[in-house]
Design a protein around this ligand. Structure first.
Ligand code: TNX
Length: 478
Protein backbone atom coordinates (compact mmCIF):
# COMPACT_ATOMS: atom_id res chain seq x y z
CA UNK A 1 0.00 0.00 0.00
CA UNK A 2 2.77 2.48 0.89
CA UNK A 3 5.75 0.97 -0.93
CA UNK A 4 7.92 1.20 2.15
CA UNK A 5 11.63 0.34 2.00
CA UNK A 6 12.74 -1.44 4.07
CA UNK A 7 9.56 -3.47 4.37
CA UNK A 8 8.17 -3.34 7.92
CA UNK A 9 7.68 -6.51 9.92
CA UNK A 10 3.92 -6.06 9.92
CA UNK A 11 1.54 -3.67 8.26
CA UNK A 12 -2.21 -3.90 8.60
CA UNK A 13 -4.74 -1.72 6.79
CA UNK A 14 -7.63 -0.48 8.96
CA UNK A 15 -10.72 1.70 8.39
CA UNK A 16 -10.82 5.29 7.17
CA UNK A 17 -8.19 7.92 6.56
CA UNK A 18 -6.36 10.75 8.29
CA UNK A 19 -6.59 14.16 6.64
CA UNK A 20 -3.92 16.79 7.30
CA UNK A 21 -5.11 20.30 8.04
CA UNK A 22 -3.76 23.56 9.38
CA UNK A 23 -4.63 22.34 12.84
CA UNK A 24 -2.53 19.21 12.65
CA UNK A 25 0.15 19.52 15.31
CA UNK A 26 2.92 17.29 16.62
CA UNK A 27 2.11 16.41 20.20
CA UNK A 28 4.80 15.40 22.65
CA UNK A 29 5.86 15.31 26.25
CA UNK A 30 8.16 18.33 26.13
CA UNK A 31 10.10 17.33 29.20
CA UNK A 32 12.03 14.71 27.24
CA UNK A 33 14.81 16.42 25.22
CA UNK A 34 15.33 13.49 22.83
CA UNK A 35 11.62 13.51 21.97
CA UNK A 36 11.66 17.28 21.63
CA UNK A 37 14.46 17.17 19.08
CA UNK A 38 12.75 14.34 17.19
CA UNK A 39 9.62 16.50 17.02
CA UNK A 40 11.69 19.40 15.64
CA UNK A 41 13.18 17.06 13.06
CA UNK A 42 9.76 15.74 12.05
CA UNK A 43 8.32 19.22 11.84
CA UNK A 44 11.14 20.37 9.54
CA UNK A 45 10.75 17.30 7.33
CA UNK A 46 6.98 17.80 7.07
CA UNK A 47 7.52 21.42 6.23
CA UNK A 48 9.69 20.26 3.31
CA UNK A 49 7.33 17.50 2.23
CA UNK A 50 3.98 19.23 2.67
CA UNK A 51 4.76 22.92 2.84
CA UNK A 52 2.73 22.88 6.06
CA UNK A 53 3.92 24.67 9.13
CA UNK A 54 3.29 22.01 11.78
CA UNK A 55 3.37 23.28 15.33
CA UNK A 56 4.65 21.30 18.30
CA UNK A 57 2.22 21.17 21.19
CA UNK A 58 1.76 19.39 24.47
CA UNK A 59 0.64 15.79 24.69
CA UNK A 60 -2.05 16.66 27.20
CA UNK A 61 -3.74 19.27 25.08
CA UNK A 62 -6.77 18.15 23.12
CA UNK A 63 -6.64 18.36 19.38
CA UNK A 64 -5.87 16.52 16.20
CA UNK A 65 -2.31 15.54 15.90
CA UNK A 66 0.68 13.41 15.38
CA UNK A 67 1.64 11.96 18.75
CA UNK A 68 5.26 11.06 19.40
CA UNK A 69 5.50 8.95 22.50
CA UNK A 70 7.98 6.83 24.39
CA UNK A 71 6.38 4.14 26.46
CA UNK A 72 7.06 0.78 27.94
CA UNK A 73 7.04 -1.36 24.80
CA UNK A 74 9.70 -3.84 25.85
CA UNK A 75 9.12 -6.03 22.82
CA UNK A 76 10.02 -3.17 20.50
CA UNK A 77 13.58 -3.13 21.82
CA UNK A 78 16.10 -0.39 21.06
CA UNK A 79 14.94 0.42 17.55
CA UNK A 80 11.44 -0.96 17.04
CA UNK A 81 8.33 1.19 16.78
CA UNK A 82 4.62 1.19 16.29
CA UNK A 83 2.91 3.59 13.91
CA UNK A 84 -0.86 3.83 14.03
CA UNK A 85 -2.88 6.01 11.69
CA UNK A 86 -6.58 6.44 12.44
CA UNK A 87 -9.01 9.09 11.19
CA UNK A 88 -8.52 10.92 14.51
CA UNK A 89 -4.82 10.88 15.01
CA UNK A 90 -1.42 9.51 14.14
CA UNK A 91 0.57 7.79 16.87
CA UNK A 92 4.27 7.06 16.71
CA UNK A 93 5.35 5.01 19.72
CA UNK A 94 8.55 3.30 20.75
CA UNK A 95 10.46 2.13 23.77
CA UNK A 96 13.56 4.18 22.86
CA UNK A 97 14.19 7.40 20.89
CA UNK A 98 15.86 5.46 18.04
CA UNK A 99 12.57 3.61 17.56
CA UNK A 100 10.72 6.91 17.28
CA UNK A 101 13.26 8.06 14.74
CA UNK A 102 12.49 4.99 12.61
CA UNK A 103 8.76 5.49 13.07
CA UNK A 104 9.33 8.98 11.65
CA UNK A 105 11.24 7.59 8.66
CA UNK A 106 8.43 5.17 7.90
CA UNK A 107 5.84 7.90 8.32
CA UNK A 108 7.72 10.23 5.96
CA UNK A 109 7.75 7.52 3.29
CA UNK A 110 3.95 7.32 3.58
CA UNK A 111 3.55 10.92 2.47
CA UNK A 112 3.15 11.11 -1.29
CA UNK A 113 6.30 12.47 -2.98
CA UNK A 114 4.26 15.09 -4.80
CA UNK A 115 1.42 15.73 -2.38
CA UNK A 116 -1.96 17.12 -3.43
CA UNK A 117 -3.26 20.24 -1.67
CA UNK A 118 -5.05 18.04 0.85
CA UNK A 119 -2.98 15.13 2.08
CA UNK A 120 -4.86 12.01 3.11
CA UNK A 121 -3.25 8.93 4.60
CA UNK A 122 -5.16 5.63 4.75
CA UNK A 123 -5.56 4.22 8.25
CA UNK A 124 -2.98 1.60 9.08
CA UNK A 125 -1.12 -0.10 11.91
CA UNK A 126 2.58 -0.78 11.46
CA UNK A 127 4.68 -2.69 13.98
CA UNK A 128 8.28 -3.00 13.09
CA UNK A 129 11.63 -4.13 14.48
CA UNK A 130 14.96 -4.59 12.69
CA UNK A 131 16.57 -7.84 11.70
CA UNK A 132 20.14 -6.70 12.40
CA UNK A 133 21.56 -4.14 14.79
CA UNK A 134 24.37 -3.24 12.32
CA UNK A 135 22.98 -1.80 9.11
CA UNK A 136 25.94 -0.09 7.61
CA UNK A 137 27.56 1.62 4.73
CA UNK A 138 31.26 2.25 4.32
CA UNK A 139 32.30 5.47 2.65
CA UNK A 140 35.86 5.66 1.34
CA UNK A 141 36.87 9.30 1.84
CA UNK A 142 40.53 8.47 1.20
CA UNK A 143 40.61 7.76 -2.55
CA UNK A 144 38.53 10.88 -3.17
CA UNK A 145 37.90 13.17 -0.28
CA UNK A 146 34.32 14.06 0.64
CA UNK A 147 33.99 17.07 2.91
CA UNK A 148 31.80 17.69 5.93
CA UNK A 149 28.83 18.98 3.92
CA UNK A 150 28.87 15.94 1.62
CA UNK A 151 29.03 13.54 4.54
CA UNK A 152 26.13 15.28 6.25
CA UNK A 153 24.02 14.97 3.12
CA UNK A 154 25.04 11.34 2.88
CA UNK A 155 23.83 10.78 6.44
CA UNK A 156 20.51 12.49 5.66
CA UNK A 157 20.01 10.23 2.66
CA UNK A 158 20.93 6.91 4.26
CA UNK A 159 18.84 7.31 7.41
CA UNK A 160 15.68 7.32 5.30
CA UNK A 161 16.31 3.62 4.75
CA UNK A 162 17.14 2.98 8.41
CA UNK A 163 20.88 2.62 7.95
CA UNK A 164 22.50 3.17 11.35
CA UNK A 165 26.25 2.70 10.84
CA UNK A 166 28.48 4.95 8.76
CA UNK A 167 31.94 3.45 8.48
CA UNK A 168 34.40 6.06 7.24
CA UNK A 169 37.50 4.79 5.46
CA UNK A 170 39.75 7.59 6.73
CA UNK A 171 43.13 6.42 5.48
CA UNK A 172 44.52 4.74 2.41
CA UNK A 173 47.46 4.85 0.02
CA UNK A 174 46.12 7.99 -1.61
CA UNK A 175 45.23 10.05 1.44
CA UNK A 176 45.15 10.48 5.20
CA UNK A 177 41.91 12.25 6.11
CA UNK A 178 41.86 12.67 9.88
CA UNK A 179 43.95 15.11 11.86
CA UNK A 180 46.29 13.38 14.35
CA UNK A 181 47.82 16.09 16.51
CA UNK A 182 50.86 14.08 17.54
CA UNK A 183 51.65 13.27 13.89
CA UNK A 184 50.71 16.48 12.03
CA UNK A 185 52.38 15.64 8.74
CA UNK A 186 49.88 12.81 8.18
CA UNK A 187 47.35 15.38 7.04
CA UNK A 188 49.75 18.18 6.00
CA UNK A 189 51.47 15.89 3.53
CA UNK A 190 49.38 12.71 3.46
CA UNK A 191 46.08 14.58 3.14
CA UNK A 192 47.21 16.86 0.35
CA UNK A 193 46.14 14.83 -2.66
CA UNK A 194 43.81 12.06 -3.89
CA UNK A 195 43.27 9.76 -6.87
CA UNK A 196 44.06 11.71 -10.01
CA UNK A 197 45.53 14.62 -8.03
CA UNK A 198 43.44 17.80 -7.91
CA UNK A 199 42.39 18.22 -4.35
CA UNK A 200 42.48 16.05 -1.32
CA UNK A 201 41.66 17.27 2.15
CA UNK A 202 41.03 16.05 5.64
CA UNK A 203 38.80 16.52 8.68
CA UNK A 204 40.18 18.40 11.63
CA UNK A 205 39.35 16.71 14.92
CA UNK A 206 36.76 19.46 15.50
CA UNK A 207 35.11 18.71 12.16
CA UNK A 208 35.16 15.02 12.91
CA UNK A 209 33.39 15.63 16.21
CA UNK A 210 30.85 17.77 14.38
CA UNK A 211 30.17 14.86 12.01
CA UNK A 212 29.86 12.44 14.89
CA UNK A 213 27.33 14.72 16.57
CA UNK A 214 25.35 15.23 13.36
CA UNK A 215 25.24 11.48 12.85
CA UNK A 216 24.32 10.83 16.47
CA UNK A 217 21.33 13.16 16.22
CA UNK A 218 20.14 10.94 13.38
CA UNK A 219 20.86 7.70 15.25
CA UNK A 220 23.88 6.87 13.10
CA UNK A 221 27.11 5.63 14.65
CA UNK A 222 30.28 6.69 12.82
CA UNK A 223 32.96 3.99 12.83
CA UNK A 224 36.43 5.31 11.94
CA UNK A 225 38.77 3.09 9.94
CA UNK A 226 42.55 3.37 10.04
CA UNK A 227 43.73 0.78 7.55
CA UNK A 228 46.88 -1.15 8.55
CA UNK A 229 49.32 -2.66 7.77
CA UNK A 230 48.76 -2.11 4.02
CA UNK A 231 46.97 0.73 2.23
CA UNK A 232 49.36 2.98 4.13
CA UNK A 233 51.36 4.90 1.52
CA UNK A 234 49.97 8.30 2.58
CA UNK A 235 51.47 7.81 6.04
CA UNK A 236 54.74 6.39 4.69
CA UNK A 237 55.05 9.42 2.41
CA UNK A 238 54.49 11.76 5.36
CA UNK A 239 57.08 10.23 7.73
CA UNK A 240 60.27 8.67 6.34
CA UNK A 241 60.98 7.06 9.72
CA UNK A 242 57.94 4.76 9.35
CA UNK A 243 59.54 3.06 6.35
CA UNK A 244 61.78 0.00 6.75
CA UNK A 245 64.14 1.71 4.27
CA UNK A 246 64.04 5.02 6.12
CA UNK A 247 63.09 6.65 2.82
CA UNK A 248 59.70 8.23 2.25
CA UNK A 249 57.98 7.16 -0.97
CA UNK A 250 56.22 9.72 -3.18
CA UNK A 251 52.54 10.48 -2.62
CA UNK A 252 50.32 8.17 -4.65
CA UNK A 253 47.49 9.24 -6.95
CA UNK A 254 46.78 5.98 -8.78
CA UNK A 255 44.32 3.16 -8.03
CA UNK A 256 46.48 0.09 -7.47
CA UNK A 257 46.24 -1.79 -4.19
CA UNK A 258 48.58 -3.97 -2.15
CA UNK A 259 51.95 -2.24 -2.60
CA UNK A 260 52.54 -0.48 0.73
CA UNK A 261 53.23 -1.78 4.22
CA UNK A 262 54.08 -0.62 7.70
CA UNK A 263 57.41 -1.90 9.01
CA UNK A 264 56.86 -4.62 11.63
CA UNK A 265 60.46 -4.51 12.91
CA UNK A 266 60.53 -0.85 13.87
CA UNK A 267 59.63 0.29 17.37
CA UNK A 268 58.23 3.54 15.99
CA UNK A 269 55.51 1.62 14.12
CA UNK A 270 53.92 0.67 17.45
CA UNK A 271 54.31 4.15 18.89
CA UNK A 272 52.55 5.42 15.77
CA UNK A 273 49.64 2.98 16.15
CA UNK A 274 49.29 3.68 19.87
CA UNK A 275 49.18 7.45 19.27
CA UNK A 276 46.63 7.18 16.50
CA UNK A 277 44.29 4.84 18.32
CA UNK A 278 44.58 7.01 21.44
CA UNK A 279 43.65 10.21 19.64
CA UNK A 280 40.90 8.52 17.67
CA UNK A 281 39.38 6.86 20.73
CA UNK A 282 39.23 10.30 22.37
CA UNK A 283 37.16 11.86 19.58
CA UNK A 284 35.08 8.85 18.57
CA UNK A 285 32.38 7.78 21.03
CA UNK A 286 31.52 4.67 18.99
CA UNK A 287 32.47 1.47 20.79
CA UNK A 288 34.30 0.18 17.69
CA UNK A 289 37.43 1.16 15.77
CA UNK A 290 38.02 -0.39 12.37
CA UNK A 291 41.63 -1.46 11.83
CA UNK A 292 41.47 -2.34 8.11
CA UNK A 293 43.72 -5.32 7.49
CA UNK A 294 42.70 -5.86 3.87
CA UNK A 295 44.86 -6.67 0.87
CA UNK A 296 48.19 -6.41 2.69
CA UNK A 297 49.95 -8.10 -0.19
CA UNK A 298 53.33 -6.51 0.62
CA UNK A 299 53.40 -7.51 4.26
CA UNK A 300 54.99 -10.90 5.11
CA UNK A 301 52.50 -13.14 6.99
CA UNK A 302 54.40 -13.04 10.31
CA UNK A 303 54.60 -9.24 10.15
CA UNK A 304 50.94 -9.03 9.22
CA UNK A 305 49.97 -10.97 12.35
CA UNK A 306 52.25 -8.94 14.57
CA UNK A 307 50.88 -5.59 13.39
CA UNK A 308 47.22 -6.63 13.34
CA UNK A 309 47.48 -8.16 16.81
CA UNK A 310 49.19 -5.04 18.18
CA UNK A 311 46.60 -2.80 16.60
CA UNK A 312 43.85 -4.93 18.10
CA UNK A 313 45.57 -4.63 21.49
CA UNK A 314 45.72 -0.85 21.27
CA UNK A 315 42.05 -0.72 20.37
CA UNK A 316 41.16 -2.92 23.35
CA UNK A 317 43.44 -0.94 25.64
CA UNK A 318 41.63 2.27 24.73
CA UNK A 319 38.35 0.63 25.63
CA UNK A 320 37.04 -0.15 22.16
CA UNK A 321 36.32 -3.26 20.12
CA UNK A 322 38.13 -3.88 16.86
CA UNK A 323 36.53 -4.43 13.50
CA UNK A 324 38.63 -5.50 10.52
CA UNK A 325 38.33 -6.81 7.00
CA UNK A 326 38.10 -10.61 6.70
CA UNK A 327 41.86 -11.17 6.34
CA UNK A 328 42.41 -10.24 10.00
CA UNK A 329 41.22 -13.72 10.92
CA UNK A 330 44.72 -14.90 9.90
CA UNK A 331 45.84 -13.24 13.12
CA UNK A 332 44.86 -14.23 16.64
CA UNK A 333 41.64 -12.39 17.34
CA UNK A 334 39.95 -11.48 20.56
CA UNK A 335 36.38 -12.88 20.48
CA UNK A 336 35.06 -9.32 20.79
CA UNK A 337 36.60 -8.45 17.43
CA UNK A 338 34.34 -8.35 14.41
CA UNK A 339 35.43 -9.54 10.98
CA UNK A 340 33.99 -7.91 7.90
CA UNK A 341 33.81 -10.58 5.27
CA UNK A 342 34.10 -9.51 1.62
CA UNK A 343 35.35 -12.52 -0.30
CA UNK A 344 35.30 -16.31 -0.40
CA UNK A 345 35.03 -18.18 2.87
CA UNK A 346 37.01 -15.71 4.95
CA UNK A 347 34.31 -15.83 7.59
CA UNK A 348 35.10 -19.38 8.73
CA UNK A 349 38.42 -18.52 10.36
CA UNK A 350 36.77 -15.66 12.21
CA UNK A 351 33.78 -17.71 13.31
CA UNK A 352 36.14 -20.39 14.60
CA UNK A 353 37.77 -17.77 16.83
CA UNK A 354 34.37 -16.87 18.26
CA UNK A 355 34.07 -13.59 16.37
CA UNK A 356 30.97 -12.09 14.84
CA UNK A 357 30.79 -11.39 11.14
CA UNK A 358 29.64 -8.40 9.13
CA UNK A 359 28.45 -9.38 5.67
CA UNK A 360 29.93 -7.22 2.91
CA UNK A 361 30.28 -9.63 -0.01
CA UNK A 362 32.02 -7.68 -2.77
CA UNK A 363 29.83 -9.17 -5.51
CA UNK A 364 26.64 -7.91 -3.84
CA UNK A 365 27.45 -4.95 -1.64
CA UNK A 366 30.37 -3.11 -3.29
CA UNK A 367 28.47 -0.17 -4.65
CA UNK A 368 31.46 1.06 -6.64
CA UNK A 369 31.05 -1.91 -9.00
CA UNK A 370 29.53 -1.05 -12.37
CA UNK A 371 25.84 -1.87 -12.81
CA UNK A 372 26.60 -3.24 -16.28
CA UNK A 373 29.11 -2.85 -19.07
CA UNK A 374 27.74 0.56 -20.07
CA UNK A 375 28.12 2.12 -16.66
CA UNK A 376 30.28 5.26 -16.99
CA UNK A 377 31.63 5.05 -13.44
CA UNK A 378 32.95 2.36 -11.19
CA UNK A 379 35.18 -0.69 -11.32
CA UNK A 380 34.34 -4.26 -12.30
CA UNK A 381 36.98 -6.50 -10.76
CA UNK A 382 34.37 -8.70 -9.09
CA UNK A 383 31.91 -8.35 -12.01
CA UNK A 384 28.86 -6.17 -12.62
CA UNK A 385 26.27 -5.71 -9.87
CA UNK A 386 22.78 -5.01 -11.11
CA UNK A 387 20.02 -3.86 -8.77
CA UNK A 388 18.59 -7.34 -8.56
CA UNK A 389 22.04 -8.76 -7.77
CA UNK A 390 22.38 -6.51 -4.74
CA UNK A 391 18.91 -7.55 -3.56
CA UNK A 392 18.70 -11.27 -4.22
CA UNK A 393 21.02 -12.93 -1.71
CA UNK A 394 21.11 -13.86 1.93
CA UNK A 395 23.09 -15.67 4.59
CA UNK A 396 22.10 -19.15 3.48
CA UNK A 397 23.01 -18.61 -0.17
CA UNK A 398 26.18 -16.69 0.64
CA UNK A 399 27.61 -18.19 3.79
CA UNK A 400 25.82 -21.45 4.55
CA UNK A 401 28.09 -22.19 7.54
CA UNK A 402 26.83 -19.07 9.31
CA UNK A 403 23.73 -18.82 11.38
CA UNK A 404 21.80 -15.62 11.94
CA UNK A 405 23.36 -15.32 15.40
CA UNK A 406 26.91 -15.31 13.99
CA UNK A 407 26.09 -12.25 11.95
CA UNK A 408 26.52 -8.79 13.40
CA UNK A 409 24.92 -7.23 10.36
CA UNK A 410 25.23 -6.13 6.77
CA UNK A 411 27.31 -3.34 5.31
CA UNK A 412 27.56 -1.90 1.80
CA UNK A 413 30.85 -0.36 0.67
CA UNK A 414 31.35 2.74 -1.44
CA UNK A 415 34.96 2.73 -2.62
CA UNK A 416 35.77 6.00 -4.28
CA UNK A 417 38.60 5.49 -6.77
CA UNK A 418 36.29 6.45 -9.65
CA UNK A 419 33.89 8.72 -7.77
CA UNK A 420 35.10 12.30 -8.04
CA UNK A 421 32.17 14.14 -6.53
CA UNK A 422 28.92 13.61 -4.65
CA UNK A 423 26.72 13.36 -7.76
CA UNK A 424 28.85 10.50 -9.04
CA UNK A 425 28.67 8.86 -5.65
CA UNK A 426 24.87 9.13 -5.61
CA UNK A 427 24.67 7.46 -8.99
CA UNK A 428 26.44 4.34 -7.70
CA UNK A 429 24.81 4.24 -4.27
CA UNK A 430 21.19 4.72 -5.37
CA UNK A 431 19.17 2.64 -5.80
CA UNK A 432 21.38 -0.30 -4.73
CA UNK A 433 21.68 0.88 -1.15
CA UNK A 434 17.92 0.40 -0.78
CA UNK A 435 18.39 -3.31 -1.56
CA UNK A 436 21.04 -3.65 1.12
CA UNK A 437 18.95 -1.67 3.60
CA UNK A 438 16.00 -4.01 3.04
CA UNK A 439 18.22 -7.02 3.63
CA UNK A 440 19.62 -5.52 6.81
CA UNK A 441 16.34 -4.36 8.34
CA UNK A 442 13.57 -6.61 7.08
CA UNK A 443 13.03 -10.19 8.04
CA UNK A 444 13.81 -12.07 4.88
CA UNK A 445 11.28 -12.69 2.16
CA UNK A 446 13.17 -12.95 -1.08
CA UNK A 447 10.68 -11.71 -3.64
CA UNK A 448 12.33 -9.63 -6.34
CA UNK A 449 9.08 -8.96 -8.22
CA UNK A 450 7.43 -7.51 -5.15
CA UNK A 451 10.51 -5.52 -4.12
CA UNK A 452 10.98 -4.21 -7.64
CA UNK A 453 7.49 -2.72 -7.57
CA UNK A 454 8.08 -1.04 -4.24
CA UNK A 455 11.37 0.28 -5.51
CA UNK A 456 9.66 1.74 -8.59
CA UNK A 457 7.71 4.07 -6.32
CA UNK A 458 10.95 5.41 -4.84
CA UNK A 459 12.12 6.91 -8.13
CA UNK A 460 9.91 9.98 -7.63
CA UNK A 461 11.05 10.28 -4.04
CA UNK A 462 14.71 10.15 -4.94
CA UNK A 463 14.06 12.72 -7.66
CA UNK A 464 12.37 15.04 -5.16
CA UNK A 465 15.44 14.78 -2.96
CA UNK A 466 17.65 15.67 -5.89
CA UNK A 467 19.41 12.30 -5.81
CA UNK A 468 21.26 11.51 -9.02
CA UNK A 469 20.18 7.88 -8.96
CA UNK A 470 20.69 5.28 -11.68
CA UNK A 471 17.40 4.59 -13.46
CA UNK A 472 18.10 0.93 -13.90
CA UNK A 473 16.10 -0.74 -16.69
CA UNK A 474 15.45 -3.58 -14.22
CA UNK A 475 12.81 -1.38 -12.58
CA UNK A 476 9.68 0.19 -14.15
CA UNK A 477 10.15 3.56 -12.49
CA UNK A 478 6.94 5.43 -11.76
C1 TNX B 1 38.79 -3.78 -2.64
S1 TNX B 1 38.20 -5.75 -0.66
C2 TNX B 1 39.24 -3.05 -1.58
C3 TNX B 1 39.51 -1.64 -1.74
C4 TNX B 1 39.23 -1.15 -3.13
C5 TNX B 1 38.01 -1.83 -3.69
C6 TNX B 1 37.63 -1.35 -5.05
C7 TNX B 1 38.74 -4.57 0.23
C8 TNX B 1 38.52 -4.71 1.65
N1 TNX B 1 39.37 -3.53 -0.31
O1 TNX B 1 40.82 -1.32 -1.37
O2 TNX B 1 39.01 0.23 -3.06
O3 TNX B 1 38.26 -3.20 -3.74
O4 TNX B 1 36.47 -1.94 -5.49
Amino acid sequence: MFNLIPRPASILATEGEFVFSNETAIRIDRSNPAVKSLADYLSAQLQDALGLDIAISDLNLKGVGIKLELDDFADLGEEGYELVITPDEIQLCAQQPAGLFYAIQTFLQMIPPTPASTVRLPAVTVRDTPRFFWRGVMLDVARHFFGVQDVKRFIDLIVQYKINVLHLGLTNDQGWRIEIKSWPKLTEIGGSTQVGGNGGGFYTQEEYKELVEYARSRYVMIIPEIDVPGHINAALASYAELNCSGQAPALYEGSEVGFSSLCADKEITYQFLDDIVGELAAISPAPYIHIGGDEAKSTPPQDYKKIVESMQDFVLRYGKRAVGWGEIADAKLDPSTIAQFWDKKMYLKAKNQGCKIILSPANKTYLDMKYDENCPLGLAWIGYIGVKDSYAWDIESLAPELEEKDVQGVEAAVWSETLRNFKELEYMVFPRLLCIAELAWSSRKDNWEEFRQRLAAHGKRMEMMGINFYKSPEVDWE
